[in-house]
Design a protein around this ligand. Structure first.
Ligand code: SF4
Length: 608
């Protein structure tokens, strides 16, 4: 074991303590704060307001692949029709024209990246014409990093040569794992030869900077198998490696339903795999960067990291020094000092949005108050694992944040000297938690309001079932019990639980009664981004709450739990009259809202 080896049992405990879905902080505020765009499209103003000569970073997103991999959560589809691929490239050209019109001509492009999906699904001529249009509108810096993502299983004929001719100097390859059994389980068959040939062809063409993506936590992976993958890939000497943990979200991405869940490694096994890859890559001469990157010592990213000049944006870690990122294509995200903006999410929505004038923004968030200050602090922590708060604001004490770091100091994750914060090697897997201390929006993501009257028998059961439903996502939720002064002592029992567990809050209403007002009072007491409402008698299926939250985070306005879904139960409607009343109410609600919601009267819903 190398010096930084850790007691995995201890890390498991730490993960439980600091668990939860903490953002990856590729931006601040994060995507959870995005709201639908208003009539006044902010991104157009932000581009118009760019100072003359401001360096730009450009991103082009292509949501098409040649074949789909079951593990992948990206919003992509297979489009074989050449005409459709060309038509999409035409939309990118049109969007680029609009961006250039707002920006003016005197900007220098310092970074440019094509991601997806598989951007080489765009035909060579179309790719070349978008790049030529970039050069027509902007000056491309001589040192600019021009990169593109590749799928080694589907490299178009002559690809390396034409990418070089078009101007690309960096490529990023998906590999994930080389074990045939793992590849079969995660629906991506890619031979070692395909990977080697791809790397070699790029180098032969003169594209010498190569990144390879690996993933741990996939079905059938073992510590031994990930070591073998890391050793084999390290022998190819890619300049950079990104090592991500597999996120299993089949309710979000249907194709992940093909993943054999019973063959997924558990939490401890995942940690062992992460550590095994880390040790293997360090032994092979790589330097660990931030949360999940490894680079050769001579790579520009290693140099940027050594000088404290590493940056983080939507593409992950970067050496890009530009303060402005303009994303084009479906779902692409742009970043400015003033805020962040995202394009229409799917290829079809993007096409529709491009039929109107202006830029195809779909949701955005304007930075306000301390957002920019906090964005910079979080970025330094994520990049350098250290920050001197005085570099950002000498006047501000950050007393509250430093208090919040106390448990992490006690756990040996962080050292604090005055206003210097250092994340220790043991704390590397928890950088996001340290950064999260400076995230003003990171409260419980969702408050679950439970109105109650005489539920003394049920209150502990409901809270326990919520704890189980949110296992592994501890930081994300809280339960707000609103009790109408029940004579059976509901509040007393709930308060006893709340003394030991801050995820439960209790509101006892004296002299006020009624379900509707209890729900409203519970919602008003929440400062979370999302609110759910469920019954206090355990009739609603709490296990679907994480999925309801994910749907809200993805932009859905209202999610209703229905009793008419497969496995649902409308048995709570005792008597023919109540059943008829519920059906009648459903019909009225559907008519009024114009939405085909099967059970608007279920009383189990979540909203933003
Ligand atoms: S991993 Fe790459 S090739 Fe596979 S579906 Fe995702 S984007 Fe497409």
């Amino acid at each position: 074991m190398v010096e930084h080896s850790q007691d995995l049992e201890e890390i498991t405990l730490l993960l439980k303590r600091y668990g939860g879905l903490i953002p990856r902080y590729t931006s601040y505020p994060t995507a959870a704060q995005f709201v639908p765009v208003s009539e006044n499209n902010k991104i157009e103003t932000w581009i118009k307001d760019l100072p003359k000569g401001e360096p730009l970073s450009l991103y082009f997103h292509v949501p098409f692949c040649d074949e789909l991999c079951s593990f992948c959560a990206c919003n992509t589809s297979v489009v074989r029709h050449q005409g459709t691929r060309e038509a999409y490239a035409d939309l990118l050209l049109a969007e680029l024209e609009r961006v250039a019109k707002f920006a003016g001509k005197d900007h220098v492009v310092t970074h440019l990246h094509w991601g997806g999906g598989t951007p080489t699904t765009i035909p060579k001529e179309a790719l070349a014409s978008v790049m030529a249009k970039v050069a027509e509108h902007f000056k491309i810096d001589a040192q600019a990093e021009l990169s593109i993502e590749l799928d080694p299983r589907n490299i178009p004929k002559g690809c390396a040569t034409y990418l070089k001719e078009i101007g690309f100097n960096r490529v990023s390859l998906g590999v994930q794992d080389i074990d045939p059994s793992v590849q079969q389980a995660c629906g991506r068959i890619q031979s070692e030869k395909q990977t080697e040939d791809c790397v070699q062809s790029m180098r032969d063409a003169g594209i010498s900077s190569i990144n390879i993506d690996l993933i741990y936590g996939l079905p059938r992976q073992t510590t031994e198998s990930v070591i073998h993958t890391a050793e084999t890939i390290a022998k190819l000497k890619p300049e950079r490696l990104a090592v991500f943990g597999y996120a299993h979200v089949p309710w979000k991405q249907k194709r992940q339903q093909l993943i054999p869940e019973d063959q997924l490694p558990g939490l401890l096994e995942r940690l062992k795999q992460r550590q095994a890859i880390d040790e293997t890559l360090r032994k092979s001469g790589y330097i660990a960067i931030g949360l999940d990157h490894y680079v050769l010592p001579e790579d520009t990213m290693a140099k940027a990291a050594a000088k404290g000049k590493l940056r983080r944006n939507f593409q992950g870690y970067t050496t890009d020094n530009s303060g402005v990122l303009i994303g084009m294509g479906a779902s692409a995200i742009s970043e400015f000092a003033q805020g962040l903006s995202q394009n229409a999410p799917s290829a079809s929505a993007y096409k529709k949005a491009m039929e109107k004038d202006g830029l195809p923004a779909y949701r955005d968030v304007a930075r306000q108050g301390e957002d920019l200050l906090r964005a910079r602090i979080i970025e330094r922590l994520m990049c350098d694992l250290a920050v001197n708060l005085d570099d950002f604001d000498r006047e501000k004490s950050f007393e509250e944040e430093r208090k919040q770091l106390a448990p992490m100091i006690a756990d040996g994750l962080v050292r604090v000297d005055g206003k210097h914060i250092h994340v220790l090697e043991k704390g590397r897997p928890f950088i996001r938690n340290v950064a999260g201390v400076f995230d003003q929006y990171l409260k419980a993501l969702i408050s679950i309001v439970v109105p109650a009257y005489n539920e003394a028998q049920n209150v502990a059961k409901v809270f326990d079932s919520l704890c189980r439903a949110w296992e592994g996502r501890e930081g994300e939720w809280e339960m707000i019990l609103v009790d109408d002064n029940s004579p059976d002592g509901t509040s007393r029992i709930a308060k006893k639980i709340a003394q030991d567990d801050s995820r439960l809050r209790v509101i006892r209403r004296i002299g006020r009664r009624g379900l509707t007002s209890a729900v409203i009072e519970g919602i008003l007491s929440s400062s979370s981004h999302f609110v759910a409402v469920m019954d206090g008698d355990g009739q609603h299926d709490e296990t679907i709450l994480p999925r309801m939250l994910d749907a809200l985070v993805d932009g859905t306005d209202l999610v209703v739990g229905t009793r008419y879904a497969k496995g649902g139960d409308a048995g709570g409607l005792s008597g023919k009259y109540r059943e008829w009343l519920s059906k009648f109410g459903t019909k009225v609600a559907q008519k009024v809202s114009g939405k085909k919601c099967s059970d608007p009267m279920s009383g189990f819903f979540a909203v933003k």
